[in-house]
Ligand binder design. Structure first.
Ligand code: GLU
Length: 315
């Protein structure tokens, strides 16, 4: 990471750390930027994933480690911070009891890149994936999703001085970077078939390629790009020409309906009691996003057939 980007990332990290402070009152709720949560451990049906995780005293969650605002390693403390991380802590608190702000030791984070999210769920490396993970019918063939808990839209990031790229079709014939195993790569090829696409495993590598001129644009979801813009020290800008809908889900093992229902219940409680909005303001809010209305969760009951599968909903 270049010096300018490291400084920008540190500022975000400091802001996030400051926002994480809170004080308890007699009711066991946390005030002043913290989150409310149950104080006693609930009991779960024997054999359920929730009961198994509670007995183990640990949940392992796949998150991004290089996406400011969603999941990023704080270079000073080594903590992983961001909105996806906060969602994981809310679910941890619902399993183990206590407050989301204090459940940290029981929530273990594993770096997940876009291409290993399904394998990590399938082979049990992680219990959940919360990693800017778009819900779609193709992925539903092999994993299940709670949520959505946020709706993003794919966009484009260019150098601040660029005046030539105004929409996705302007990417035809241009060197553009995205990530292996992402909907972003599939979508850009569909919308700009003549794009000259470079694929890395992470978006931070794409940002570096934009910096040294190997590519002229990076494409993925706007809030991911927004995080990279905010740590670029003015070098990059968002084109603001959204061209897809990306509903973010919490990936769980295929067929674990009881766990998926529990995660959906936990999200709905966090929507209702303000914890979701508080988590958003303390993370993505710090990179300039206004807190939106949370999307309704989708408690789907049938898996779409492969033939009907689409990669994403496009506008
Ligand atoms: N949301 C998109 C996806 O799930 C792009 C972001 C990412 O790769 O994490 O593929």
């Amino acid at each position: 990471m270049g010096r300018a980007r490291w400084i920008g990332a540190s500022l975000v990290a400091v802001a996030l750390t400051a926002g994480a402070c809170g004080s308890s009152d007699d009711s066991g709720t946390v005030k002043g930027g913290g989150q409310t949560a149950t104080t006693t451990a609930p009991s779960f049906a024997a054999g359920s994933t929730m009961a198994t995780l509670q007995a183990k005293g640990k949940i392992t969650v796949g998150v991004k480690f290089d996406q400011p605002g969603f999941g990023q390693r704080n270079p000073t403390t080594n903590d992983i911070e961001g909105f996806d991380v906060e969602m994981a802590k809310l679910i941890g608190a619902a399993i183990f009891g206590g407050k989301a702000a204090d459940v940290g030791s029981k929530v273990s984070f594993v770096e997940s890149v876009s291409a290993n999210r399904e394998p990590y769920l399938q082979n049990g490396t992680v219990d959940m994936v919360i990693a800017t993970y778009t819900i779609n019918d193709t992925r539903k063939q092999i994993v299940d999703f709670a949520g959505p808990y946020f709706i993003a839209h794919q966009d484009i990031m260019v150098k601040a001085s660029d005046t030539t790229i105004k929409s996705v079709t302007d990417l035809n014939g241009k060197k553009v970077c995205s990530v292996t195993g992402s909907t972003s790569a599939t979508n850009v090829k569909a919308k700009a078939p003549q794009v000259d696409l470079t694929l890395f495993d992470t978006y931070s590598k794409c940002a570096e390629a934009l910096g040294d001129g190997r590519v002229v644009a990076v494409t993925t979801d706007a809030p991911i790009l927004g995080g990279l813009v905010s740590t670029s020290n003015g070098a990059y800008k968002l084109v603001k020409a959204p061209f897809t809908d990306e509903p973010y889900g919490i990936g769980v093992k295929k067929g674990d309906t009881a766990f998926r229902t529990f995660v959906n219940d936990t999200l709905e409680k966090a929507y209702a009691n303000g914890d979701w909005a508080s988590a958003f303001a303390r993370t993505l809010g710090k990179i300039g996003l206004d807190t939106p209305t949370p999307p309704p969760v989708d408690r789907y009951t049938t898996t779409p057939t492969t033939a009907a599968a689409t990669t994403t909903t496009t506008k």
